[in-house]
Each structure stands twice: as structure tokens, then as C-alpha cells.
Design a binder for this molecule. Structure first.
Ligand code: FES
Length: 237
């Protein structure tokens, strides 16, 4: 597969994701799974389906580790033009609260037809489920699940290798491409000669830097060929 095709797939996925008003990321990595993230994830999907809102109002996304495993299961809500909100120790009940708080229910119950939709996702008794979402929205004790991003655990970290962790659905290769996946490999295979890869001591640094610095269009601006030595150099930001 050519580099341009990979780039195109990544861009298509980025465009798709940008259509969503909010995206709800549920960690389904090992520690959170062992704490019940599987059930939390399916509750999030069911609750969003029960809201019967426009399809671009919300998307539930499985992700890898969000970092604070001891507080799992973790759920992060990213909403356009708002700060993201992180929730910890999320139970299925708290998952319903998260959806009721962030996702609008755009139809009234008289319009709800619980026969339509995907039965594997949509709860059988949608009106009942919607009543439950309305009821839980009035409670405030679930706000205790909010974890501030200012706590030292996050504030003192500068992610480098794991910069994209918690943003990508590990089951979806397009999502990986949308975050720059495989670009280092594609760059090396298509833009560098075998000699450059083998002989140029900087080539390993190039690979690492492309890997860590995101999409190739940014990386390309930081790489140039030295006209005297004919070697590829990396320009720091
Ligand atoms: S496994 Fe979920 S936060 Fe680490």
C-alpha cells in the first residue's frame, strides 16, 4: 500500500470523526477491563442509542490505557469547544449518568419506536431506559467520579512515546492511520534510499522523530536534505 493511500485513509477517518459533536472514550485496556470496563462500554453504547439523537451527536469509542489505571474504569468525554471531562471508577450506573449529562435526548418518548434499530445495541425497552436516563440525570453524586486533569499525576507528565494513547480505537486501523500510524514506515520506504536508511546515522533518529511527532505533513517540514553532504537532517521546532 502506498503512502498516499495511507494518508488518504487517515484523512477520511479524521473527517468522519470531526463530524461528531462529542466523542466518549472508554478505556478497554487490561486494568480497566478487569474492573468492569466491558460492561461500562456496552452501557455507554446502549445509553447513547436510547437517546435516539442525531447520529453525529455522539460516538462511543473503545481506547487503550488512559493512564490512571488505579481509578479505572476510566471514561473521557470530548465535546466540541469544551474542555474534556474525565471520569473514574465508572460503574454501569455512572455510565448512564455520563450519557444523560452530555448527550441530548432529541425525541420525546411518544416518537420512540423500540422496534427499529440494531437490536444488538439498542435496548429492548427503550422508553424504560430513557426514563432511567432522565432520572439519573437529576442526581449530582455522580460528579464525584470526575477526575481533574490538574492533579499532579497528569500535570507533571509530558507524554512523548505515549502521546496518542487513549485516543485511538485499537480495533480500528483507520483510527490508527488518522493519528499518524505507519507514517514513519511509509516515509522510510518511499522517501529514503536503502543507503540512507543503512548508512546515515541520523536515519534512526528520523524514524523515531516521525514516529513521535505526528502526521507526516508536519514531519516533512522538519526534514531537509543538506546540499553539501546530501544527507537528510532533522530541524527541531
Ligand atoms: S487500563 Fe484503563 S486507564 Fe490504564
Amino acid at each position: 500500500m502506498k503512502f498516499d493511500h495511507l494518508k488518504e485513509l487517515g484523512e477520511k477517518e479524521r473527517t468522519r470523526q470531526e463530524q461528531y459533536e462529542r466523542r466518549i472514550f472508554c478505556c478497554t485496556s487490561t486494568a480497566c477491563l478487569s474492573a468492569g470496563a466491558g460492561q461500562v462500554h456496552s452501557t455507554l453504547e446502549q445509553a447513547v442509542a436510547a437517546c435516539q439523537c442525531d447520529e453525529h451527536e455522539a460516538e462511543v469509542v473503545k481506547t487503550g490505557c488512559l493512564g490512571l489505571c488505579s481509578a479505572g474504569p476510566l471514561v473521557r468525554v470530548e465535546q466540541k469547544e469544551q474542555d474534556s471531562v474525565l471520569y473514574g471508577d465508572v460503574s454501569p450506573e455512572a455510565a448512564q449518568y455520563i450519557v444523560s449529562k452530555h448527550v441530548p435526548m432529541t425525541k420525546d418518548d411518544s416518537q420512540v419506536d423500540d422496534e427499529d434499530g440494531d437490536e444488538s445495541i439498542v435496548p429492548h425497552d427503550i422508553p424504560h431506559y430513557r426514563a432511567s436516563l432522565r432520572k439519573i440525570r437529576t442526581k449530582t453524586d455522580f460528579d464525584k467520579h470526575i477526575i481533574s486533569m490538574d492533579i499532579p499525576f497528569f500535570a507533571k507528565q509530558q507524554k512523548v512515546v505515549l502521546n496518542e494513547t487513549g485516543k485511538i480505537d485499537p480495533d480500528k486501523i483507520e483510527d490508527y492511520l488518522a493519528h499518524g500510524g505507519y507514517q514513519a514506515l511509509a516515509y522510510v520506504l518511499e522517501k529514503m534510499t536503502p543507503e540512507e536508511v543503512n548508512d546515515n546515522p541520523i536515519s534512526h533518529q528520523i524514524i523515531n522523530n516521525i514516529w513521535h511527532n505526528g502526521p507526516i505533513e508536519n514531519a516533512e517540514q522538519r526534514f531537509y536534505r543538506n546540499s553539501k553532504t546530501n544527507k537528510i537532517k532533522f530541524k527541531r521546532k
